[in-house]
Design a protein around this ligand. Sequence first.
Ligand code: UT7
Length: 329
Amino acid sequence: MSKITAAITGVQGYVPEFVLDNEKLSKIVDTNDEWITSRTGIKERRIMKNGASSDMATEAVKGLLEKTGTKAEDVDLVVVGTVTGDFPFPSTANVLCDKAGLKNAWGFDLSAACSGFIYSLATASQFIETGKYKKVIVVGVDMMSSIIDYEDRTTCVIFGDGAGAVMLEPNEEGLGVQDFILKSDGAGRNYLVQPAGGSLNPPTIETVEKKMHYVKQEGKQVFKFAVTNMADVSAEIMENNNLKSEDVDWLVPHQANLRIIDATANRMGLPKEKVMINIQKYGNTTAGTLPLCLWDYEKQLKKGDTLILSAFGGGFTWGSVYLKWAYNS
Ligand code: UT7
């Protein structure tokens, strides 16, 4: 019997309707379109006005079920990459299973910030490869607007809200996830962090007054680590799998900053045409960026295409997934 691999058999995204563009932001904080565009590549981001992460995830998953012709009751497992779950507990996966009618599925949330989708994809693929499950949904979702301080121009211009979901199924043609490298370094925890709300700093009047429930980022430091590590890990997965630049059809990079994306693509020797970019439309949706890229570019993907997914984020967490696309749209 040939080896079972975990292949993506469908992708669906969801972004809220409300568009917060650079123009509107410049009326809220001291910033401008020129600075944001030249430093990050972002033009606008979407903001969830009513609802929570589970609502965005539910929209994406319902669309995914419809698109792939999957019955809700046939889904075995749901893995949700997120750092902005509806509650500290229960998990957003639990809530999502209820809202999307996945009544035979179990699920869990996976916290790896901007690497949430690649961590979740690599984890979920194990349940397919062992033969245990036939239909596993991987979601990347974040409602960053719920933890962003819209008086802090160094973070509020970057982040947005969005969700993406993929279906994973067994494949015996050698398509799907081929390899992954996942890394973490907790020494970086203070550079990009939501300081309060957990067991270290439970909510108090003081934590609220000090704005400790919002994202704090030392942008320059994170930038340095992101540029180096995302490029290194992308080069490493190519090397480990004897992939040359010409063998790679697509880089699917985390959308944190266009300059980090360019540095990674350069290191891999890839031209711009092979790089998925939608940061201009959505900003950084944390765990949402990679599935939203796959959703946007789905029609251009061909069966057998070689994709490298790469991310870097809070934790620090980072890594790459090498996969072969399994279908033509
Ligand atoms: O996804 C998770 C991982 N996160 C990342 O990968 C983010 C990594 N970091 C970055 O992308 C960049 O560091 C930022 C986009 C966050 C910041 O860009 P930068 O080029 O590193 O800017 P900076 O922090 O060095 O700030 C340069 C100047 C400062 O002014 P002075 O001190 O030179 O007078 C800032 O106060 O730009 C100022 N500045 C702004 N100006 C207008 C900072 N934010 C803004 C703003 N609008 N929104």
